[in-house]
Ligand binder design. Structure first.
Ligand code: PGA
Length: 255
């Protein structure tokens, strides 16, 4: 938590979900209570194939829909890619950039992520820039160095539209059931906050910092209570509305 920052609970369906999965979004619509809406924002980043039907299914609810990646260019000869205009055209309001699976599977460097982030922000999207150390980097104690260089390399110097959000996702915690200790999360988020304040001043103090990596209903209260953790980025546990709502419900008990 950070005083004055409204937390964001964001889901990442990754390459999961077909039209039948929209029933989970209907459950989110009805389960995201007005009281909880006053405390947190909720976002689900669906596969590109579901952007339109998911936006349609949530159009009269407070649940926001986002994409999982975008191209740095606005249009052109880029087979298989999706542009920021395409995302917003079908009702998407957010996009993830630089998720570790994109960095690994598609060899996306900080420079690539930076260009995507610039384009997404200029188009007015909520842009969740993902960073995090690998298991090997953690083992040799370079976590904060990795975060420093990923932040320096992937976060634009300035933006006029959109909202820049940073998600800390230790690569070794993603999908593994493992999470860092609360103290490690606290230290990482404090480091990120300090870096952002040095670079952006007041804007950095207000930037939402999400934690991601094996967030579950059972550990949500502990993780979301940590200072400078302003929400979650949730993979596996976002696929079932009951689990995702269980994570969001952490904010019913956090002061
Ligand atoms: P997980 O994934 O919650 O399944 O660990 C998180 C993510 O990759 O965003």
């Amino acid at each position: 938590m950070t005083p004055g920052i409204k937390p964001l609970v964001a889901g990442n369906w990754k390459m999961n979900g077909v039209l039948a999965s929209l029933s989970e979004l209907q459950l989110l619509n009805s389960g995201f209570s007005v009281e909880l809406q006053s405390k947190i924002d909720m976002l689900v980043c669906v596969p590109a194939s579901l952007l339109f039907p998911a936006s349609d299914a949530t159009k009269s609810s407070a649940v926001q829909i986002g994409a999982q990646d975008c191209h740095k260019n606005l249009s052109g000869a880029h087979t298989g890619d999706i542009s920021v205009e395409m995302i917003s055209d079908v009702g998407g309001s957010a996009v993830l950039v630089g998720h570790s699976e994109r960095r690994t599977d598609h060899h996306e460097t900080n420079a690539v992520v930076l260009e995507k982030a610039k384009t997404a922000l200029a188009h007015g999207l909520q842009t969740v820039i993902c960073i995090g150390e690998t298991e090997a980097e953690k083992r040799v104690g370079t976590t904060l160095d990795v975060l420093k260089s990923q932040m320096a390399g992937s976060i634009p110097d300035a933006w006029e539209k959109g909202e820049m959000i940073v998600a800390y996702e230790p690569v070794w915690a993603i999908g593994s059931g493992l999470t860092p200790t609360a103290e490690d999360v606290r230290a990482a988020h404090k480091f990120m906050r300090d870096e952002l304040v040095v670079r952006f001043g007041e804007q950095g103090a207000k930037t939402r910092l999400l934690y991601g990596g094996s967030v579950k209903p059972a550990n949500a209260v502990e993780l979301m209570s940590i200072k400078n953790v302003d929400g979650a980025l949730v993979g596996g546990a976002s696929l079932k509305a009951a689990d995702f709502l269980g994570i969001a419900a952490a904010y019913e008990t956090i002061a």
